[in-house]
Design a protein around this ligand. Structure first.
Ligand code: ADP
Ligand code: F6P
Length: 325
């Protein structure tokens, strides 16, 4: 009787790093080893895959990373992987090292790479990891909860000084194409206005006139949250100063939002997703993404997932506006 061949899977992180990626890596490694699989950790995303930059992981390889931000496997953006020749080369590397499957932790861009590699016969499973929460198929992405909590902590500090000086603080948060961080942080920080790429914003009507109305009710300091993708932070500062005379300061929070220890929620969801991904590969299932949908972890075909649409919740946007008076 022939012995069943031990499966070997790979794991990599790709695109922008996000707090909680380490928790997902840990779950993949520990689940796979518990299921008697070998695990190769691939450094620097698809770049490392193309260059064979990988090492065998064991139970102890993932000690002491659960609470750390960033990714122990490093990450990268790899233009070569967008070309068919790059994906073909990656396939050959996978075949040479005997990879039976690959877990890709990243955003929709990384999933496009995972789709291409799956179509060439290497089963890939995507796990959504990006602080922007802009993966179409998933209600939630690993990193989002930590990022919004970081923004809230920072803006609470800005509020202390803004309030003391009767100023307006315009805070730019991350989100190149999406306003999820801005909207959630805006509500949690009591911003007078939230500016997001998904919804048109009239500075005069939606901000200046609102500020003028609230000034009459005794409000004397203001927080405005702007998603970086809107690219209007300076324009908004200038308009507030010119039209209201209120001293205004801009703060660009930048990469502080990408770092830090993941929240408990992040660690739990990342662990669930990592575990689920390995269960799929164990069954020989590939070309799927593991996502968070209506409080459940489920999986979709990658192609189907990439064709899904998602946008910010208009009710939440309405609430943000209604209660910031
Ligand atoms: P994210 O995964 O966070 O959306 P990127 O868009 O930067 O981040 O994508 C990460 C990596 O995924 C890219 O550097 C590239 O290697 C790969 N990738 C992105 N888009 C594609 C694509 N259309 N086809 C194949 N690979 C892609
Ligand atoms: O991780 C997502 C994101 O933070 C975007 O919001 C931002 O525009 C981008 O990554 C910036 O990434 P980098 O500075 O690594 O190019």
């Amino acid at each position: 009787m022939s012995e069943k061949k031990q499966k070997t899977i790979g794991v990599l992180t790709s695109g922008g790093d996000a707090p909680g990626m380490n928790a997902a890596i840990r779950a993949v490694v520990r689940t796979a080893i518990a299921k008697d699989m070998r695990v190769l950790g691939i450094r620097h995303g698809y770049h490392g895959l193309l260059n064979g930059d990988m090492f065998e992981m064991n139970l102890r390889s993932v000690c002491d990373i659960l609470q750390r931000g960033g990714t122990m496997l490093f990450t990268a953006r790899c233009p070569e992987f967008r070309e068919d020749a790059g994906v073909e080369k990656a396939k050959q590397v996978c075949l040479n090292v005997g990879l039976d499957g690959l877990v890709v932790i990243g955003g929709d861009g990384s999933f496009r790479g995972a789709r291409d590699l799956s179509l060439k016969g290497i089963p890939c499973i995507g796990i959504p990891g990006t602080i922007d929460n802009d993966v179409a198929s998933s209600d939630y992405t690993i990193g989002f909860d930590t990022a919004i909590n970081t923004v809230v902590q920072m803006v609470d500090r800005i509020r202390d000084t803004s309030q003391s000086h009767d100023r307006c603080s315009v805070v730019e948060v991350m989100g190149r194409h999406a306003g999820y961080i801005a909207l959630h942080a805006g509500i949690a920080c009591g911003a007078v206005a939230v500016v997001v790429p998904e919804i048109p914003f009239d500075i005069q009507k939606d901000l200046i006139e609102k500020m003028q109305r609230t000034l009459k009710t005794g409000k004397h300091h203001f927080i405005v949250i702007v998603a970086e993708g809107v690219n209007r932070t300076d324009e908004i500062c200038q308009a507030v100063m010119d039209c209201t005379g209120i001293a205004t300061r801009a703060t660009v929070l930048g990469h502080v939002q990408r770092g830090g220890s993941p929240t408990a929620r992040e660690r739990v969801v990342a662990s669930q997703m990592g575990h689920y991904a390995v269960e799929l590969l164990e069954k020989g299932i590939g070309n799927r993404v593991v996502v968070y949908k209506k409080d459940e972890i489920v999986d979709y075909d990658i192609l189907e997932a990439l064709n899904m649409q998602k946008t910010i919740d208009p009710n939440l946007y309405q609430i943000a506006n209604d209660i910031s008076l």
